[in-house]
Ligand binder design. Structure first.
Ligand SMILES: [Zn+2]
Length: 128
């Protein structure tokens, strides 16, 4: 059961699809940078503790960016799976239709605002 009209669903499908390409590019570029940084560290052969920690920091930053992009891409793929299954736009916790305005602002939303707030409060309380 979904409150989305065919046009709204079509729009969100397009938004999700368009978002995938820059994410793929970002992940590719990030992996490329990690490889380059790794080689530079190996080739320099002069890495004292300071250089090493700086190189590690660069790799960590790149990894965090790549991890963020990869997580977002996974969210989009999951949303597309829900679209195909007909469950997109329905809160996974309480089953109510997620308002179109929320989906426009956050196309990969799995929960209604109410359940999302409960989810985040619970997660924060668990210290994660
Ligand atoms: Zn809900």
């Amino acid at each position: 059961m979904s409150a989305l009209s065919a046009g709204e669903r079509e729009h969100l499908t397009g938004v999700l699809s368009e978002r995938k390409e820059p994410l793929r590019d970002g992940i590719r570029a990030g992996l490329e940078r990690m490889r380059t940084e790794g080689y530079e560290d190996l080739l320099s052969g002069t890495s004292d503790a300071g250089d090493r920690s700086m190189a590690n920091l660069l790799t960590d930053v790149t990894n965090a960016e790549v991890a963020h992009d990869a997580a977002e891409l996974q969210d989009i793929l999951a949303a597309e799976t829900r679209l195909a299954a007909g469950t997109y736009g329905t809160c996974i916790d309480c089953g109510v239709p997620i308002p179109y305005a929320r989906l426009v602002a956050y196309p990969t939303a799995k929960r209604c605002l109410h359940c999302q707030q409960i989810h985040e409060t619970t997660r924060a309380a668990a210290g994660r």
